[in-house]
Design a protein around this ligand. Sequence first.
Ligand SMILES: *Cc1c(COP(=O)(O)O)cnc(C)c1O
Length: 457
Amino acid sequence: MDLARWLGEAVSSIERWKREYGAFDVHPSLQVSDERVGEALGRLAGRLRDNYPFFHPRYAGQMLKPPHPAAIVGYVAAMQINPNNHALDGGPATADMEKELVSRLATMFGYREHLGHLTSSGTIANLEALFVARETHPGKAVAFSAASHYTHARMCGLLGMEGRPVPADGAGRMDLDALADQLSTGEIGTVVATTGTTGLGAVDQVHEIVPLARRHGARVHVDAAYGGFFTLLAAEGSPEPIDPLPWRAVAEADSIVVDPHKHGLQPYGCGAVLFRDPAAGRFYVHDSPYTYFTSDELHLGEISLECSRAGAAAAALWLTFELLPPTPEGLGRVLAAGRRAAVRWAELIESSRVLELYQRPELDIVACYPAEPTLSAVDAAARRVMEEGMRDPADPVFLSVLRVSADEMARRAPHVIADADGTRVLRSVLMKPEEETYLGTLHARVESLAREALSAA
Ligand SMILES: *Cc1c(COP(=O)(O)O)cnc(C)c1O
């Protein structure tokens, strides 16, 4: 896809529509010369060089990658109009697209009915889910795994709810016995399950958590902000099958959060929250003296805690889904390549003499560490691999690190002597499908950095 060509087309097609309303003069206060634009843009491009190359497979660090060109073109097309998806008054077209998109996401997870909307992020989407949790079970606590995103503890504090961390098991999933203990207090109103933890991509056993929670009258919220689209690999016709059990059970959860700006090829500003029971909308009831006038149909602001939201984000996701739909053979192929890269890399690490695998990847996140005998030596070597990799101007590689406790390490690597309370391990998110073909180069580079780190010690 030729981005420059289709960006040009996105601009000219909207220009054609604008001209239908007749010509008018742009106010002189807004006019800037092309010469000044060129000069200022040059400076901007210069400043933007201070970035890591998120687009390149050598960048295998955090959850970051550029959007698909289709998302950029869709965003730019709509942004020229700048619709606000708060209300139908702010732009009916993108509000309609948003309803279609939310319905597609709900279908992807197996919801038969739903209420939901896009949000500006996974954090806000989770805040909304926890807000509905509080309104449904006032005074009750929320249980979430110690490996869940930090936002749950934080948002519980914000909402004035008690958060109860549940320890994770040796695979980074919520420990079911510990959860059962929590539930048996009768004080838990909602359990948060994570399908794809931010640290390791571990998938909580939603098929066990749902019946357990139900027995104690608790609701279940699934935080699939990172991993949600992996449900396409659990579906029939998956190009790279993963264990379908937890994913099938997601359809029974009371709410789901997924971030199209993580694995849905979107620019930042696109999360989503879905509720299985459309009656959740009653908790959002409010009046707006300014909006909700043009139509009696549902205005998205009526079921959202946010007010203004980019309609362009809906247009971007809409155009992307037209070309790469959320199906196993559409977006599923994109995720499958990253998943294959992760599985293959884990094998290469297991046969390496200088690297050790932290745990088997469930999705596309790989964690490993330099083969050192003590936690403090592992920590120093991991830091060295990360820093030396980034610093090499000729052949850089970008990894991230994850802090793990001595206890978490002991469950996976009992042979490493615990001379500290924890260590950093190397962590790579293989979100880009290009990592699959680049993997040989990536592994060789990380191995050579690890070899240098070991001999430096
Ligand atoms: C990324 C992430 C979040 C937070 O989402 P943002 O879009 O970064 O605000 C919440 N939960 C999980 C599991 C995540 O991976």
